[in-house]
Design a protein around this ligand. Sequence first.
Ligand SMILES: [Zn+2]
Length: 285
Amino acid sequence: MKQLCHLLKLTEEELKREVYNYLQQKKKNPICKDGFVYAEGEIPILLVAHMDTVFYKPPKKLYYNKKQDKIYSPDGGIGGDDRCGVYAILKLLEKYKPYVLFTQGEEMGCIGVTKAVNKLKKPNVKYIIEFDRRGSKDCVFYDCGNNKFINYIESFGFVLDYGSYSDISVLASKWDIAAVNLSSGYYNEHTENEYIIFKELVNTINRAENMLKEYKKAPYFDYQEIGYTSHTTYDNLEAELELLVRYFGIKSKNQISQILSPNVQSRKLVLKKQRNQKDNKGDKK
Ligand SMILES: [Zn+2]
């Protein structure tokens, strides 16, 4: 926890330097550019977190409530979004050698990751894990509707939830690699009342460790854009419908029949409407 508190107190530039130095020490030949730090690994799974926060300054004071295992600050928001993610990756790097990408400008519209995806060559990885989601057990896939991948991630103890956009939305579609965003123990992100439940972050790190350990058994998972593919077999369509009902909570018969229709345009319309409804509820990231 000491290391997490240290990370929370760094400015973005200080953190970037520290991440880069750490990767160099580990002899990972990091690439450090405007917008990101990247290093290849030996385990074909890419881990992603962002180094920027929405706050102008890092917190000076941090408090810890032992009973609740809660880290917070009298100064306001603490930037657990996404220093929790950076911490998770640094912890995993102590024992494992995955590919890693630390980005900047996520909160300003995924600026750093867009630079990264344009500069880097597509990594030879089986899938991508991002640590940048509030809460304790969510797994979020954005527009990636690869059912096999979703089932695989859920088998490690996560529960499917909805999100609108984050760094992996850019990476997954551009590189054609399935990607998941996992809960990293922070709450009330982007507000003065942000806090972290440390054990929830540790729990996600442990689950991610299980994924890294099992990497040999995992297949290469590709990006399959949700609801936008034209279907040739009923099997696919049924699986996708089940996913959409879970993901968007679609219940109306009319909407379901529109999604079942082979007309891609009408499917797109239904999904756009559901997505807007979810986004308006503030269910971001
Ligand atoms: Zn974030």
